[in-house]
Design a protein around this ligand. Structure first.
Ligand code: HEC
Length: 466
């Protein structure tokens, strides 16, 4: 063989290998950037882009444009200052390559095996799929006295699921603005449900006159013959806003019969959470008919909204009651980093956005303070974020040492987070059900079982100790 040709051959092979290697590096960088910056909202497996009905188009140029300019009002951060043009182009290539030929059904098939026994730190358990027929995003759930479940779906449906998994649609739910994080959200039964059939739904409600504004509202209705009747709003958070995120919306009755409602900052973090003249970025406490308890912390303060119980809160999507102390614990979806668990006390300020352990989604700083006089520290916080939603203490005895531990759903990392507790102290943490899908809610039924709601396709799962 001619020496020159051979040389040329080696040079070609060498540059090919270099090219492959740098392609590999680019792909790794993009994958890492995707994981750090995008996966929390768009899915670890890029599921939000698979079979997507693209709003702004899916040509490489259009996608690059979406990433660069974002849509802050709809919850998509602008990354034009976070990444270089080159990085945005590579991210775009990464997304388009990764989703090519994939279907949602295909992603679903990679889900875990529900048959096997799962061995965790202190307990072996099994997962019972009660239903996998929820299409959209299940958000809240309750168990009825007869053992059936009511589950809300964010797009505006309420289902009854019987213990065999049979789904029935319940009519009479309020009209919701099912856009972005809004829709039909939490559900809770009145403590005397058996006698009065009352239940409560939180949802995003359209402004009566202005078509582009909405807010969080709570309606009380009666469940009669499998239908809701007399649905009446007993709480409407003001002001209405054009934004479609941070509704908060978790509902909880304490042991004395007060109803707590968690309301997010609705994207107006510098305007609302630190001021008492509005409902946003607060926890509210009302009577079961919407009236205001006389002993609420700000009832006598001029200009303050009297239902406010605690303030300085970002997007509170978890509320649960400690089985022994009976204190109310709040779970808060943070910015990038800085998800929190707080113990609520009347009139306390939880600091958002003056103090936080998080930063903006695009990497810039919100504040340099993590603590300040007069502002509460969280009992626990996560950096990086796990994107928590619903949470519950496990009050029942059937799970051994899991009793009194706190179970927090993780949307972002798609598992159930267990905080092992000793009284009010978190002694360690454990990840359960990894890769199960975006976990929306954790709930203890009146049958003492722990239930988990998972997104896409929506599932209601029961955890059975072995
Ligand atoms: C905090 C949540 C959040 C994060 C983080 C986020 N996105 Fe988004 N993204 C959204 C939402 C919500 C939309 C839809 C916006 C709308 O409806 O206008 C969106 C839209 C998009 C679109 C346009 C989709 C279409 O239908 O046209 C692209 C592309 C996109 N995101 C890519 C990314 C990339 C890449 C990252 C990471 C660098 C990222 N997003 C991070 C929430 C997020």
């Amino acid at each position: 063989m001619n020496f020159v040709k051979l040389d040329h051959f080696y040079v070609t092979i060498f540059s090919f290998l270099c090219l492959m290697n740098s392609y590999g590096q680019v792909k790794n960088t993009s994958a890492q950037q995707y994981k750090n910056h995008c996966s929390g909202c768009h899915g670890k497996d890029l599921s939000s882009f698979v079979e997507r009905k693209w709003i702004y188009g899916n040509s490489p140029e259009e996608i690059m444009n979406s990433i660069t300019i974002g849509n802050e009002n709809n919850g998509m951060p602008a990354y034009g200052k976070t990444f270089t043009k080159e990085e945005i182009k590579n991210l775009t290539d990464y997304i388009l390559t990764e989703i090519e030929g994939k279907t949602l059904q295909g992603l679903e098939a990679q889900n875990p095996d529900f048959q096997k026994i799962i061995i965790s730190d202190d307990l072996n358990f099994r997962v019972d799929v009660i239903s996998d027929q929820l299409n959209g995003i299940p958000w809240g759930m309750v168990q009825l006295p007869n053992g059936d479940f009511l589950v809300t779906e964010r797009d505006g449906k309420l289902y009854k699921i019987d213990t065999k998994g049979q789904l029935t649609t319940i009519s009479g739910v309020p009209k919701v603005v099912a856009k972005r994080q809004g829709g039909l959200l939490d559900i809770i039964l009145h403590p005397d449900f058996k006698k009065n059939n009352y239940l409560y739904l939180s949802y995003s409600k359209k402004h009566p006159n202005k078509s582009n504004k909405q807010t969080t509202a709570v309606c009380r209705a009666k469940l009669v013959d499998g239908q809701l009747i007399e649905c009446e709003d007993i709480f409407v958070a003001l002001p209405y806003r054009t934004t479609k995120h941070h509704y908060g919306s978790r509902l909880l009755f304490d042991t004395k019969g007060y109803l707590y409602i968690s309301i997010g900052d609705r994207g107006g973090r510098d305007k609302y959470p630190q001021k008492l003249d509005n409902f946003l970025g607060k926890i509210h406490r009302i009577h079961d008919d919407g009236s205001i308890p006389k002993d609420n912390p700000f009832v006598n303060k001029e200009g303050a909204i009297p239902s406010i119980y605690a303030y300085g809160i970002r997007n509170p999507q978890g509320l649960t009651i400690h089985p022994e102390t009976k204190e109310i614990w709040e779970g808060e979806h943070g910015p990038k980093g800085g998800d929190e668990v707080n113990i609520l006390a009347p009139g306390h300020n939880y600091g958002w956005p003056e103090i936080t352990y998080g930063i903006n989604y695009i990497g810039t700083r919100i504040t340099k303070y993590t603590e300040k006089e007069g502002m509460e520290q969280p009992i626990h916080y996560w950096v990086p974020s796990i994107a928590p939603c619903g949470m519950t203490f496990l009050s029942s005895d059937i799970y051994g040492t899991w009793k009194n531990d706190l179970f927090v759903s993780s949307l972002k990392f798609e598992y159930l987070h267990r905080l092992k507790m000793d009284g009010n102290k978190i002694i360690s943490e454990e990840k359960l059900l990894e890769d199960i899908g975006r976990v929306r809610h954790a709930y203890v039924g009146n049958d003492n079982f722990l239930y988990v709601l998972v997104e896409g396709p929506g599932r209601l799962l029961r955890i059975i100790p072995q």
